[in-house]
Design a protein. Structure first.
Length: 368
């Protein structure tokens, strides 16, 4: 399902709501959170919910959040020294909890020389094992300031981009978020943006409730599908007056009707005409499957030629569900064809202001 609404990162489980998973889930529900991101690994090692403690704090919290209908994402700080080990522990933890999504926290360590190769190895291993999972990159807010980070290598395998828009030592979150979106839309590949705002204190600085409200309003005005905040403990500690309350009380209406695009897209699929499909795409659009990624209209047309003529000739496509708002749409579908059938079709579409698809991730398997 497409990620929409308000989310919160949790770093150390025992210190949030006294370590009571039922209380955490109840507070999350009361705040209207649609998703919570829990740390599940650090480098190649399992992270059980806090440092230097093998107690399993994660499992009961995952269960309680799910009982409240809240999506559970995992997040993972990666270093790049052992990309295979880091990918393997991520796969293990994601499968253990059947997580709704996974966020890669790649920062300073991934600006070192040679890290492009590490990022490619990491993403290849991750995607080969989890081709349908929603994956996001959580890193710096302004890519122009950090050209050493292997943005393309990470984002090519991601569904979303979750930049850390922390306006530390400043008071202009809306301006910083706008700049962040503009910079990421200008690079390739571009992904639907779900920014993480500041709800923490550090080195004597902390955001005000008015700044948090400005960030939320800016995200809505930019038609972003969702937002996150870092981090639960600080936001709930009472040290930042009205910050949690501002997040809690902000109404995020993420239920905009997606049927116009999704139904039109599926209607076009049933024409079996690659040129008809190209009408939905921007000239620099990227299309990703579990096997490969292509960019540009010529390459996307070639993919649809193969799809309609060889993989699923004369298929009948049926839209089974859709969701999304703003720049993101998610749809599921089935198909029947003389060459086989699809029961698990799943696509994520990323749009920008021109109304065209700039990012398209597809997952499906054809069975006889």
């Amino acid at each position: 399902m497409a990620l929409e609404g308000k989310g919160m990162f949790i770093w150390k489980v025992p210190r949030v709501e006294g370590g009571n998973p039922k209380a955490v889930a109840a507070v999350a529900k009361g705040a209207g959170l649609t998703h919570v991101l829990l740390k599940i690994a650090n480098g190649p090692h399992i992270y059980h919910g806090t440092w230097n403690d093998l107690t399993d704090y994660t499992t009961p919290l995952v269960n309680e959040l799910r009982a409240q209908g809240i999506k559970v994402w995992g997040w993972h700080y990666v270093y790049g020294d052992d990309p295979v080990g880091e990918a393997n522990v991520a796969i293990r933890r994601i499968n253990q909890y059947n997580l709704d999504g996974y966020a890669i926290d790649a920062e300073a360590e991934y600006k070192k020389d040679g890290r492009k190769a590490a990022a490619k190895i990491f993403m290849s291993r991750l995607r080969s094992a989890l081709p349908a999972l929603d994956i996001a990159l959580s890193s710096y807010r302004f890519p122009r300031w950090h050209p050493q980070l292997p943005w393309s290598e990470f984002l090519s395998g991601c569904t979303y981009n979750m930049p850390q828009v922390y306006w530390m030592k400043a008071n202009n979150p809306a301006e910083q978020l706008t700049r962040c979106v503009q910079e990421f839309q200008a690079i390739s590949p571009s992904r639907p943006i779900i920014p993480t705002g500041a709800a923490y204190s550090e080195m004597g600085w902390q955001p005000t409730s008015n700044e948090v409200l400005s960030f939320l309003k800016a995200a809505k005005s930019l038609h972003l599908p969702a937002v996150n905040f870092w981090e639960w403990y600080d936001a709930r500690s009472g040290s930042m007056p009205n910050v949690w309350e501002t997040i809690r009380d902000f109404s995020w209406d993420g239920t905009a009707d997606a049927s116009d695009v999704c139904e039109q897209f599926m209607t076009a699929m049933n024409t079996h005409d690659p040129n008809r499909m190209l009408e939905f795409y921007a000239t620099t659009a990227v299309h990703i499957t579990g096997l490969r990624a292509v960019q540009g209209l010529l390459n996307i047309r070639s993919w649809y030629n193969t799809f309609f003529q060889r993989l699923l000739p004369n298929a009948l496509f049926t839209l089974t569900s859709f969701s999304g708002s703003g720049h993101s749409r998610h749809l599921t579908w089935t198909a029947t064809s003389s060459a086989g059938k699809v029961q698990n079709g799943r696509d994520t579409l990323g749009f920008y202001g021109d109304g065209k698809i700039h990012y398209h991730y597809s997952y499906f398997t054809v069975t006889s």
